[in-house]
Design a protein around this ligand. Sequence first.
Ligand code: ADP
Ligand code: MG
Length: 470
Amino acid sequence: MPSKRPQWRSLLLGCFTAKNQSLETPKLISNKRSSSRIFLSDLSDYSSLSIMSDLSNSLVGSNLHIFTHQELKEITHNFSKSNFLGEGGFGKVYKGFIDDNLRPKLKPRIVAVKALNLDGKQGHREWLAEVIFLGQLKHKHLVNLIGYCCEDENRLLVYEYMERGNLEEKLFKGYLATLPWLTRIKIAIGAAKGLAFLHEEEIPVIYRDVKASNILLDADYNAKLSDFGLAIDGPEKNQTHVTTRVMGTHGYAAPEYIMSGHLTTMSDVYSFGVVLLELLTGKKSVDKKRPSREQDLVEWARPLLKDYHKLERIMDPRLEDQYSTEGARKFAALTYQCLSHNAKSRPTMRTVVKTLEHLKEFKDIPIGHFVYVVPNDDVVVPNEDSLKVNREKGAENDHGENNNKDGVIVKTKAAEKGEKQEKGYQRLRKRRGNRRRVKPLRSRAVYSDTALYKTLGTSLYSPKQAPILA
Ligand SMILES: Nc1ncnc2c1ncn2[C@@H]1O[C@H](COP(=O)(O)OP(=O)(O)O)[C@@H](O)[C@H]1O
Ligand SMILES: [Mg+2]
């Protein structure tokens, strides 16, 4: 729990100084809880709010900045297409550049600005949920909310910018440079830590929308949860669950939640299991283009997770066998547990974190014949010096992958040092002889994110899976 809390009560009371007090002002339900956190459920009638006025007096002591619509227009170049980052149910997200002149206390930085689609299905409730949860809960694996805008019917949110976008794009659309095994584990650990933090709050927070497109990645592939629009306060101590309208995303929502609206932190664990399955298989949770029995990923793949021999059938072929056999088995077993139909048999997120942390230790990962260096920026043809530097740096960075931050592509034979190791791996591969041979994809060439975006333009983005409606 963060030690420094903004003055939320004053924020909210100020926030709800609506034009027509008798109709618009929500009531703060008496605070029965011991926690100092302000809860979404403390506000009755928030959904009926449509008009809010000046919030500026409310933010004394808060770290959140209140932006005007005009300011956000300026920093995003009028919400220009070239600044477009992504879109979900709430609305479009744009890159914005805050410079020295915007606010004295605000350091120059790149931000992401999410604007409510006024014709969409989401609205004030989702915006308020993000402000309340992300304004109060600060953690390394939750995206940082910098501020917001609430002017007339406009609702916007300003976040730290996450350089590598969302996991969905990286996993399913990065077909030229796939995510290596250890990066997948790193991402899973980050997202799991974010969820564990939420679940371990005094009154747990149920995130309710765990999915690959809501997991964002920074330049070093640190994962952070974004999008708290559907988050909800969990059951209090004497209750076992919250009953709510079923919200979430097809293919990720837990079966008991879909059937009965019974929501617990274990519903998030199930959805996290779906993300683990996507990381393992490189396949989306639902895809109508697949053969009919494979369209629902969980239905098709879950039974195969238990059988080590069948596991290879569902492993992401883009990994090209470059993963630890033992690590993959343990990963699959954890995924199976998370996807249990019996919510009580699922592990807690704390156990998930511990299990995943352990998987980093399995290093029996065969390496390919080429060293890949995934650059951060534009593709640069390396000169001999840069090749040398990269060889010296070795094939692995701190999480054991062939990435570096120099923005240089290296396509070279395995470093001499690695050759001995490679022989060992060849032996290992022989032992794995019964593994399905995977035809190498054209992934020998590596492109930077920027290059990929340039090549594909905004077509990288496709609409998110439809939310489940009540
Ligand atoms: N902070 C950010 N940095 C970079 N990209 C972001 C950021 N926030 C959102 N995005 C992009 O916008 C998409 C939609 O954002 P999200 O918060 O999930 O919105 P919604 O509430 O509409 O689902 C994300 O999947 C991601 O691609
Ligand atoms: Mg989203």
